[in-house]
Design a protein around this ligand. Structure first.
Ligand code: IVH
Length: 668
């Protein structure tokens, strides 16, 4: 087994899953869209080359997004897909070539702005708004009808009396206009509340509010760009958008037809600078094949339409002065150097801070306090320092000395062999580490404790109420309600949330413990393998290392965690407090192993079988479902109406093409 490739795929999978969570659930992304896309592409490529190492729940298999739970979850009538991204002209020319190959030369594009907000699907029955649902994971999202109804430009009843279709859905983007964004952030700063990083986070945070009155006060807007209806008679997308406008929808006014890719380039060029004069943020433009018939011919991949693509604008760059380097301590003791900058306006927002990652990065840039530096930001949230302007360096400046001691607890920092980051070894007493561990423990993917967030935990810690996560289970109502700014109802919610969390699975408990290097996937594997805390605690390093996909470093870290006497005490307490210490996981029994190690792509439609059923059959016979044609594919299960390009590619790559009958015969 190629361990390093596998470890790399695992690492990317874990990392990207976390970024998806940060983006869609916390609305606090920590890397740029661009970086995310680059890493996703890297993972996609690796998975294509080594399908045997791909996690079936890999972020490459998801449109993105998670479902939040305070709203009713609703299944979309039509899945809400994403768009492929491009960043340069060549990618667009390639897209244009692919389109031409599939439908010939006779077509036109519609160019639109790519609004930077959150997508929404709104359903109307007999002209009346009945339901609005967020994208969620693309298949199902949150019912946010009440909140959407507060947006002034969204009609509750469409305009006109004639030609109103009885049932349709319209999709678009909810955005926070810049003026409202700046006003709201000022209010938040005045009230000592954390400001939103950018208008998109603000729009998405606002949509998640439970109180629609508050939503109404935030002056959101919505641009509609996709009309969905069965049996409509529009010939083109453009026509449908004009029709939507006639019904009273805000479709913007900056969309345009282009007769060829050259027209698309003109549109891109125009908005490259002009976008900063818009009263809202865009992060690129969207290009769509106009004719519906042709759209249909082009079809979709598993995640994106083949008839549309987005072009994202590149980073904007400015220079400013690095005033000071400070150091932040993370949950696992990692020290992150932070550049504190002279505030500078960049792509619509004021930038004051940027991460410097680690000592290597400081060395690589040779960055020093007082330097003039270039800062970049391209639709992303966290700005990046790309270089130092050495021509402006003060002759007396000295190379940066990385801190030796933890800025929070004063402990001497260490650096593990082969790792770039310094860390503070004072796990048990260093406040941000202690607080961070408890925050992680209650977080959604771990114990998912309702009613208690980061600030509350920090407050409980600072007032001496809790010192570790086991203390949570000893909390009484009286302890909580006597805390500052704590209402009875909130205290009650916290007590109930903590009590309910005792039902969370053993795998979640393991993840919640916050063992270094044991992310969600690893915790699951450990839980499923050892089946109980007792067995895991008594396992040797070698036994842990022998679990499939658990490498030496992880095994070391897990072993060290359970060997620690303090951790042993905490775990004993958690057991007494009634948390789940046994796994309920049952191994899947395969119907047969005829497809073990094989990847199968199902394409087209099949009489008497839903595609999802066939996919389940592939899995229950040990196979993996692939998402595209590649040389690694073992079988292409071809049904009716399969795209000709797929078939052609499969033939070219000599992939075995089988019919439904052959497939069924194979499974016996
Ligand atoms: S069309 C099947 N048009 O960008 C095609 N999307 O990165 C559906 N977006 O999920 C999307 N402006 O939330 C389309 N003019 C526009 C858009 C747009 C913004 C968003 C949308 C989509 C995301 C994909």
């Amino acid at each position: 087994m190629d361990l390093s490739t596998k470890a790399h795929i695992d690492q990317l999978t874990i990392e990207l899953t976390q970024h998806n969570f940060n983006y869609y659930v916390l609305c606090e992304p920590t890397i740029s869209d661009y970086e995310f896309d680059q890493r996703l592409k890297e993972l996609e490529k690796l998975e294509q080359q080594y399908p045997q190492y791909a996690d079936p729940n890999s972020p490459t298999q998801k449109v993105g997004g998670e479902i939040t739970k305070t709203f009713v979850t609703v299944k979309h009538n039509f899945p809400m897909l994403s768009l492929g991204n491009t960043y340069n002209e060549q990618d667009l020319l390639d897209f244009d070539d692919r389109v031409k190959k599939a439908i010939g030369d006779d077509f036109e594009y519609v160019c639109e702005l790519k609004y930077d907000g959150l997508s929404i699907g709104i359903r109307y029955e007999n002209g009346v708004l009945v339901q609005a649902v967020t994208r969620g994971d693309g298949v199902q999202g949150d019912d946010v009808t009440a909140n959407v109804k507060t947006i002034k430009t969204i009609p509750h009843v469409v305009r006109g009396l004639e030609n109103i279709p009885s049932n349709f859905e319209i999709r678009g983007e909810i955005v926070m206009p810049l003026k409202g964004f700046l006003r709201l952030n000022q209010q938040r700063i005045d009230n000592d509340e954390p400001p939103f990083a950018n208008p998109r986070n603000c729009a998405s945070g606002t949509m998640k509010l439970q109180d629609s009155k508050e939503v109404a006060s935030r002056s959101l807007d919505c641009f509609l760009y996709y009309f969905l209806m069965e049996n409509h008679s529009f010939k083109t997308h453009y026509e449908s958008i004009e029709f939507a406008a006639s019904l009273g929808f805000n479709v913007g006014k900056n969309y345009k037809k282009a007769s060829s890719i050259l027209g698309v380039f003109d549109f891109i060029k125009h908005w490259e600078n002009e976008r900063f004069n818009l009263p809202f943020d865009i992060d690129g433009i969207v290009i769509k094949v106009n004719n519906y018939q042709q759209q249909q011919e082009l079809g979709f991949t598993a995640k994106v339409p083949r008839w549309a693509i987005s072009y994202k604008y590149k980073a904007q760059s400015v220079s400013t002065i690095l005033e000071k380097i400070t150091y932040q301590v993370g949950r696992t003791g990692n020290i992150t150097p932070v550049a504190n900058l002279r505030p500078v306006l960049l792509a619509g927002t004021t930038v004051k801070r940027a991460t410097l990652h680690n000592a290597n990065e400081i060395e690589r840039l040779d960055i020093r306090e007082g330097d003039t530096v270039f800062v970049e930001k391209g639709g992303e949230i966290i700005p990046k320092i790309t270089a130092v302007d050495f021509t402006k360096r003060n002759v007396n400046s000295q190379p940066t000395q990385f801190v030796n001691h933890c800025p929070e607890c004063g402990t001497l920092l260490t650096r593990r062999e082969g790792e770039a980051n310094h860390f503070c070894p004072n796990e048990l007493l260093c406040p941000p580490q202690v607080i961070g561990r408890i925050i992680h423990f209650v977080s959604r993917k771990a114990m998912d404790i309702d009613g208690i967030g980061a600030e509350t935990i920090e407050q409980f810690y600072r007032t001496g109420l809790i010192k570790n996560y086991a203390d949570l289970y000893d909390l009484r109502f009286e302890d909580i309600v006597t805390q500052d700014r704590m209402a009875e109802k909130s205290a009650q919610n916290i007590i109930v949330g903590i009590a309910n969390s005792k039902e969370q699975s053993f795998e979640r408990v393991l993840f919640g413990l916050g063992i270094r290097l044991a992310g969600e996937t690893i915790a699951k594997k450990l839980g499923q393998h050892f089946k109980s805390m007792d067995a895991l605690m008594h396992a040797t390093k070698e036994e842990i290392n022998a679990v499939p996909e658990i490498g030496e470093k992880i095994a070391d870290s897990v072993f060290a965690f359970f060997a620690d006497p303090e951790n042993k005490i905490t775990i004993q307490r958690l057991q007494k407090q009634g948390l789940q210490f046994k796994s309920l996981y049952k191994e899947v029994v395969l119907d047969s192993d005829v497809l073990v190690g094989k990847s199968v792509l199902i394409s087209g439609v099949f009489e008497g079988y839903e595609r999802d059923d066939l996919k389940k059959m592939v899995e229950s016979h040990g196979g993996k479902n692939a998402s595209s044609v590649s040389a690694k594919l073992d079988f292409l299960l071809a049904g009716e109406n399969m795209g000709p390009s797929k078939l052609e590619k499969a033939e070219k790559l000599k992939v075995k093409i089988i019919s439904l009958q052959e497939f069924l015969a194979m499974l016996g």
